[in-house]
Each structure stands twice: as structure tokens, then as C-alpha cells.
Design a protein around this ligand. Structure first.
Ligand code: FES
Length: 119
């Protein structure tokens, strides 16, 4: 069983000393506007589909990070994928499922989910 320790008043764990395996880093905005638009439900859907494909913190998989505001709030919920620097606007569980299957598993950008600037 891994050990938790407190060092200099800070909680530590052996797993917190390495970068997890991943090929892509995915940032889902859970800032205030994206949350109002359903980002927390999309987070659950994202994790469920990635786990079903064994793509969380695995070689060739995804490191998932929730963020605060990424700025294009009007187009959110916003999800960004690196190293491709893709900015997506996701609006349903179906969008998330397609993003996982086409981009995060299949390696192809989902062009129609990319955000387009709006004035
Ligand atoms: S709250 Fe998500 S982009 Fe601003």
C-alpha cells in the first residue's frame, strides 16, 4: 500500500514524484461559464469514455486536467488538446464521445467541433 507522508507541512505520496504516461495533454475548462454550460457532466463523460478505451495516463493515452477559464467562454465548454493545439467547443455527451473516438483514440482532428471565433 503506497504511503502518504507529511514533509515540511505538505502532504506527499510516492506517485506524486513523476509525470504520468501520456501522448496528449487534454485540458477541460471548468471555469464559471463552462460549468454553467455543463462542463462537469462532460468531464464525467470524458473520463468514462477514456477509461473504456484504456486511455487515461497510459502510453499513447491522455493526461486529463481541469482548468479555470481558458477565455473563449462564449464558445464553451472549452476543451484543448496538446501537442496539436486544438481548441474544441463541446456541447453534448455525443460531442465528447466523438472527440474521444476520433481524436484521442483515432488521432484525427474533429474539424466541426473546433471553435470558430465569434464577435
Ligand atoms: S469559463 Fe471556460 S473558457 Fe471561460
Amino acid at each position: 500500500m503506497p504511503e502518504f507522508k507529511t514533509v515540511d507541512g505538505v502532504d506527499t505520496h510516492p506517485d506524486w514524484s513523476h509525470v504520468p504516461e501520456h501522448a496528449r495533454h487534454v485540458f477541460l475548462c471548468t471555469g464559471p461559464r463552462c460549468t454553467q454550460r455543463g462542463a462537469l457532466q462532460l468531464w464525467k463523460t470524458l473520463r468514462r469514455h477514456l477509461l473504456a478505451h484504456d486511455r487515461i495516463e497510459t502510453p499513447g493515452g491522455v493526461l486529463l486536467t481541469r482548468t479555470h477559464c481558458q477565455f473563449p467562454c462564449n464558445l464553451g465548454p472549452i476543451l484543448t488538446v496538446y501537442p496539436e493545439t486544438c481548441w474544441y467547443g463541446l456541447h453534448s455527451d455525443a460531442d465528447v464521445q466523438r472527440l474521444v473516438e476520433v481524436h484521442l483514440v483515432g488521432g484525427e482532428v474533429v474539424e466541426d467541433l473546433l471553435i470558430k471565433e465569434r464577435s
